[in-house]
Ligand binder design. Structure first.
Ligand code: ZN
Ligand code: ZN
Length: 143
């Protein structure tokens, strides 16, 4: 099977993922709206062992919070490419993927705090905040 690839808007940074992508999570909270400059985030979890930067890693800028979770984006064009934890790539933004890697949105979270202009389509389950199964306390992330 061919590897899944992605890149930023300017093309400076490229990556490759071996295997298939898990159903993605879309978070509609106010923080994700800022971080992803849109209706929210759309990110699929990746196993760091299956992920490789194929070019331009020197252009990657990171923004990491106190808990060690962060985002990686292109210093030149601003595309948000990945989620990071402890310096490893643990998530990939669906918007940065090339072609159609056959990934779907598996769930919408923090729907209670979505933007007024955000109309969610599709059949994926919607949660007001964290899904109950997530194990994270409700209100754990101020949305
Ligand atoms: Zn770029
Ligand atoms: Zn969020």
């Amino acid at each position: 099977m061919t590897a899944i690839t992605g890149e930023c808007f300017c093309g400076g940074i490229g990556y490759e993922i071996k295997g298939s992508l898990a159903p993605a999570r879309s978070c509609h909270c106010s923080r994700c709206r800022k971080a992803f400059s849109g209706a929210g985030s759309a990110m699929s979890r990746v196993d760091p062992a299956t992920f490789t930067w194929t070019r331009g890693e020197e252009l990657l800028q990171t923004y990491v919070n106190r808990e060690g979770a962060g985002l990686g984006f292109c210093r030149r064009c601003g595309t948000t490419l990945c989620g990071l934890f402890d310096g490893e790539v643990t998530g990939i933004t669906l918007g940065s993927l090339n072609g159609d890697p056959a990934v779907i949105i598996g769930e919408h979270i923090f729907v209670a705090s979505k933007a007024g202009w955000d109309e969610i389509g599709g059949k994926a389950p919607q949660f007001d905040a964290w899904p109950a199964s997530d194990g994270k306390p409700l209100g754990g992330s101020k949305a």
